[in-house]
Design a protein around this ligand. Structure first.
Ligand code: NAD
Length: 283
């Protein structure tokens, strides 16, 4: 039977340490500041933004929300990003995705200063990660790496199989594992023999968005399983991308859903914001 990697507990521990770090920065006259930009009325985005703001408040980070109407133009949003890029009180800028269809997401993300790109989505940040000199690492994959660091497990030389190739999870987590000297395979919707790839993995990272598509019987005995998926099924129940009970019977370590990767994502947003503010002190 496997051991759980408890993301909720790890997140709570990290947030306590971060609150101490914020107090140290306060003594040096710097309050870390995060600007959150929400365009439109997407209910899930509203929930995420509120969670982020509450987490900031609990850690002592100053956060300011810019709530814009759904019909905001791209020019207006670019003007706000420009203003925040130049605001000395702001160390991190988060534009909540998805944006309304008439706004080019790439154009907006590119306009955020790489010095304040705490979501790690700017091509500069992605390029730095790819070339082995990371600046800001995107929050979900960074949280996964912190979870892997929290267990007695060395990625060096291990076979990591990432299922999913999105820009926010699959690709960056693959690069992060590569930087830890793992041998990394990225599987996606066109992959042939997914079961075969998963079956030889020492570490499986599932980021697909299909409830329980990775079968427990595919998991190699003793493998580490990181389940990024958050899928709402009948009776509002949340399940991951991995068939939990059957996978837990074979894995050495496994993350639960909920309470696994989810709480780590916001934690790493706070972490990146504090990192950015620390650079302000260093100047
Ligand atoms: P996405 O839809 O952008 O990407 C899904 C990926 O899965 C694609 O690359 C696709 O190629 C791959 N895929 C689809 N069908 C497949 C199949 N049959 N076999 C193999 N690969 C297949 O999704 P995403 O944004 O990366 O999110 C993935 C999941 O992770 C979702 O459930 C999402 O809710 C969750 N998520 C959780 C967090 C968190 O904080 N815990 C953060 C981001 C995403």
């Amino acid at each position: 039977m496997s051991q759980l990697i408890d993301g909720k507990a790890l997140a709570a521990k990290m947030r306590e340490q971060m609150a101490d770090r914020v107090q140290e920065l306060e003594k040096k006259g710097v309050t870390p500041g995060l600007a959150v930009v929400l365009v439109g009325e997407d209910p899930a985005s509203r929930v995420y933004v509120t969670m982020k703001e509450k987490a900031c408040a609990a850690t002592g980070i100053y956060s300011v929300e810019h709530k814009l109407a759904a019909e905001t133009t791209q020019q207006e949003l670019l003007a706000l990003v420009d203003q925040l890029n130049n605001d000395e009180k702001i160390d991190g800028i988060l534009v909540q995705l998805p944006l309304p269809a008439h706004i080019d997401e790439g154009c907006i993300l590119n306009a955020i200063s790489p010095l304040k790109d705490v979501d790690g989505f700017h091509p500069f940040s992605v390029g730095c990660l790819a070339t082995g000199n990371p600046t800001f690492r995107s929050c979900t994959p960074y949280g996964i790496m912190k979870m892997l660091e929290s267990i007695p497990y060395d990625l060096n030389g291990k076979e990591v199989v990432v299922v999913g190739r999105s820009n926010i999870v699959g690709k960056p987590v693959a690069l992060m594992c590569l930087a830890e000297n793992a041998t990394v395979t990225i599987c996606h919707s066109r992959t042939k023999d997914l079961e075969g790839h998963v079956g030889r993995a020492d570490v499986v990272i599932a980021a697909v968005g299909i409830p329980e598509m990775i079968k427990g019987s595919w998991i190699k005995e003793g493998a580490v399983v990181i389940d990024v998926g958050i899928n709402r099924v009948a009776d509002k129940k949340l399940v991951g991308d991995v068939e939990f009970d059957a996978a837990a019977a074979r894995a050495s370590y496994i993350t639960p859903v909920p309470g696994g990767v989810g709480p780590m994502t916001i934690t790493m947003l706070l972490f990146n914001t504090i990192q950015s503010a620390s650079q302000r002190v260093a100047k």
